[in-house]
Design a protein around this ligand. Structure first.
Ligand code: IMP
Ligand code: MG
Length: 185
């Protein structure tokens, strides 16, 4: 049995649909993104701000592929409860202590769906007068309307399905999976 299947079993395989991005595909793309980011920021101080909790695994892998000095911090915003639909409200639960004024800030997000979470965070960070503000999203469903800032770095254009794994959860489950899968309808 491949390792994936074992992990999936452990994560209640019966509710998982198909694997959309396997672990190897994700790692390859994250490596490319890391190199792209390293090349993009030629000068200045760079701070990566990872969105908790969904972005934790992506951020951890990404920073190991950015061959350039940088700092990292986290921000916690919640827009979804135990539901597959955005509630439309975004709450800031943790606000990073790192001073970002005059620095290049890169927000690192797991997935862009309605874009509401990022719209809120972009407004919050713009007020802190960074040298620049950009977004890196592993997945982009390309359904967001009226985004205040489009991600400069995107891993994959994702299908408009509810996805879990590699940080993404459904009711707090499945975050540990090394791959990304859809849920059964
Ligand atoms: P948005 O504000 O609608 O763009 O939603 C962004 C947040 O919702 C992401 O940071 C995820 O935490 C969560 N989210 C959106 N789509 C999915 C999905 O397909 N699976 C799991 N979480 C998702
Ligand atoms: Mg989430």
């Amino acid at each position: 049995m491949p390792e994936y299947a074992q992990v999936a079993n452990h994560a209640r395989e019966s509710v998982l649909g198909e694997i959309i991005y396997d672990a190897e595909t994700i790692q390859r793309r994250v490596g490319e993104l890391g190199r792209e980011i390293g090349d993009y920021y030629e000068e200045g101080e760079l701070v990566l701000v990872g969105l908790l909790k969904g972005g934790f695994m992506f951020l951890a892998d990404l920073v190991r592929c950015i061959r350039r000095p940088h700092k990292l911090d986290f921000v916690a915003a919640a827009s979804y409860g135990a539901s597959k639909e955005s509630s439309g409200r975004v709450r800031l639960l943790y606000d990073p202590e790192t001073d970002v004024t005059g620095k290049h800030v890169l927000l690192v997000e797991d997935i862009v769906d309605s874009g509401r979470t990022l719209n809120r965070l972009v407004r919050v960070f713009r007020e802190r007068a960074p040298e620049s503000l950009e977004i890196c999203a592993l997945l982009h469903k390309r359904v967001a309307r009226g985004s205040v800032l489009e991600p400069r770095f995107v891993g994959f254009d994702a299908p408009v399905k509810f996805l879990v794994g590699y940080g993404l959860d459904y009711a707090e489950e499945f975050r540990h999976l090394p791959y990304i899968a859809s849920l059964k309808e």
